[in-house]
Ligand binder design. Structure first.
Ligand code: DC
Length: 218
């Protein structure tokens, strides 16, 4: 079974996808983590993320692996090295949408995501899972929340991780990513026609998980 969860940054997708995967014994595939890992490699190698050809070349020669442990934690390996924490840093977040808008990069990731999903029952979260990667997914969800609430959640998350951030930074970053992710030509963020729309602005994560679970069991 394939469960697709799409939506903008900060809507709560990854937290809920992780909970669903854990409760159902499914594998969780965080597709954003793949774009983040590639962004990290590009920055480490001093590659300008606007040089599409170089970034695609880099993507082709990069090994990205995702592992879930029993408690639902995700490990991301970039060419064999654990980069799980590094890929969440603000410097990666700043450039990841520019990397993710490159069609050749998306092609590489698409292949990787489809191959990973062959392993069995999976929950994938991202921007284009229900529209492009798995248009035939068994269940599709589009998780959304009001902009201000998404900013608040991201801010709390990063504060907890010990990052020096301000609400103003997060607001600018989210607005920028929303624009790039939803207006790019290749596989923009969009609700699939047959996805179930959930506005999580006034919901806590348990309520969202319960709602999704109900739809899955229908
Ligand atoms: O979900 P996230 O914040 O980790 O995603 C990081 C970026 O990757 C996001 O700005 C858009 C991009 N992304 C994408 O284009 N397609 C996906 N399936 C997942 C993420």
């Amino acid at each position: 079974m394939i469960i697709a969860i799409d939506g903008p940054a900060g809507a709560g997708k990854s937290t809920v996808a992780k909970i669903i995967a854990q409760r159902m014994g499914f594998i969780y595939i965080d597709t954003g983590a793949m774009y983040r890992a590639l962004t990290l490699k590009a920055l480490e190698q001093g590659i300008d993320v606007n040089q599409a050809e170089r970034v695609v070349e880099l993507a082709v020669g990069t090994r990205i692996e995702l592992y879930n442990d029993a408690s639902g934690n995700l490990t991301v390996l970039l060419d064999g090295k654990d980069v799980s924490a590094q890929i969440r840093q603000p410097r990666i977040t700043r450039f990841v949408s520019d990397v993710a808008k490159i069609p050749g990069v998306r092609e590489v990731m698409l292949g990787l995501q489809r191959a990973l999903a062959k392993t069995g029952n999976v929950v994938l979260d991202g921007r284009d899972i229900g529209t492009v990667v798995f248009p035939g997914a068994d269940k599709k969800f589009y998780i959304d929340a009001a902009f201000k609430e998404r900013v608040r959640r991201r801010y709390n998350e990063l504060k907890e991780a010990g990052e020096a951030v301000t609400l103003g930074n997060i607001e600018a970053d989210l607005a920028n990513r929303d624009t790039i992710d939803s207006t790019r030509e290749c596989a923009p963020l969009k609700k699939a026609d047959d996805a179930i729309y959930i506005d999580t602005t006034e919901m806590n994560i348990e309520e969202v998980a319960a709602k999704i679970k109900t739809w899955i069991n229908l």
